[in-house]
Design a protein around this ligand. Sequence first.
Ligand SMILES: Nc1nc2c(ncn2[C@@H]2O[C@H](COP(=O)(O)OP(=O)(O)O)[C@@H](O)[C@H]2O)c(=O)[nH]1
Ligand SMILES: Nc1ncnc2c1ncn2[C@@H]1O[C@H](COP(=O)(O)OP(=O)(O)O)[C@@H](O)[C@H]1O
Length: 182
Amino acid sequence: MQKVIIITGASGVGKTTVSTYLKQQYQIPAVVTHTTRPKRKHEVDGVDYYFETPSTFRQNEYLESVTYSGHLYGSSKEGLTKAWAKSDVVSIVLDTKGAVSYVQAYSQQAMVWFLTVDEHLLMQRLKMRGDTPDLLAQRLHSKEFRRDLLVPQVLQTCAHILRNDSWPQLKTEVDLLMKSVK
Ligand SMILES: Nc1nc2c(ncn2[C@@H]2O[C@H](COP(=O)(O)OP(=O)(O)O)[C@@H](O)[C@H]2O)c(=O)[nH]1
Ligand SMILES: Nc1ncnc2c1ncn2[C@@H]1O[C@H](COP(=O)(O)OP(=O)(O)O)[C@@H](O)[C@H]1O
C-alpha cells in the first residue's frame, strides 16, 4: 500500500532534517510543496519548495493550503502523485493544520510523526539557522508557531511523538519507527 509519512511540529524542531535523513538513509522521497516565503540561502527551487509569488501561488490547485507566519504554503495532489511514482513510501513536511487535513484525506495511508524539542535548544537552533532577525522575530511571534509546539487534539491518538534534543536520540527513534514502515 502507498504510504505517506507526515512530519510535523513547530519551526526549527528538525522536520527538514528528518525528511533529508529519510531520503538519504531509506530512499524515501519528499513531496515538494509550494510557498510564497523568500528562499533561504541554501534552498533550491523545485527541490526544497516550489517558490511562488502570491499570483503564481493562486494558479495551482491544492489538496490543502495554509498561511503560516504571513506566507502561503500549499501541497498539490500532483506533488504527492509524483513522489509516489518514485516510491510507495514518501514523506511530507507540513504544519499541524496541514497534517490534520492530510490525515483526514489519507487516513489509511498516513502516519504522523510529531517532532518536539526543548524550547531553549529550539531558540538556539533557530538563531543558528541564519534566518534574518526580522523574519525570525515574525516567526516566533506568529500564532502558528505557538500552536505547533503542541500536538493538535485530533492527532493525539495517532501521532508518534519524537524528541529531537539530540540527533543520536532522534535517529534511534526514527530507525525504530522505520522497522514498522517498510
Ligand atoms: N499545511 C502546509 N504546511 C506546509 C507546507 N509546506 C510547508 N509547510 C509548513 O510550513 C511551515 C513553515 O515552513 P518553513 O517556512 O519552511 O519554515 P521551517 O519549518 O522553519 O523550516 C512549516 O511548519 C512547514 O512544515 C504545505 O504545503 N502545507
Ligand atoms: N538534533 C539536532 N542537533 C543539532 N542541530 C539540529 C538538530 N536537528 C536539527 N538541527 C538544526 O536545527 C535547525 C532547524 O532544523 P530543521 O530541520 O531546519 O527544522 P524544521 O524543518 O522543523 O524547521 C537546522 O539548522 C538543523 O540543522
